[in-house]
Design a binder for this molecule. Structure first.
Ligand SMILES: [Cu+2]
Length: 69
């Protein structure tokens, strides 16, 4: 399992948290995802053999949020 902390500066409320956690959590290979509103970060644990970090970033971007690393 790989754990990565992504910065998503546009996260600002529960709606952001819910939509990102829902979309990323639906990806196969993602075992845990937690959005921090105060830190504007996405903490994600995933199996690199099943899902790539790029696919996770794309999923966040599809929800309308830019990922700044
Ligand atoms: Cu929001």
């Amino acid at each position: 399992m790989t754990d990565r902390l992504l910065q998503v500066p546009e996260v600002h409320c529960d709606h952001c948290k819910t939509s990102i956690e829902g979309a990323v959590g639906d990806l196969q290979g993602v075992s845990r995802v937690e959005v921090s509103i105060p830190d504007t970060s996405v903490d994600v644990t995933f199996d690199e053999e099943v899902v790539s970090l790029d696919a996770i970033k794309e999923t966040i971007e599809e929800q309308g949020y830019a990922v700044a690393e």
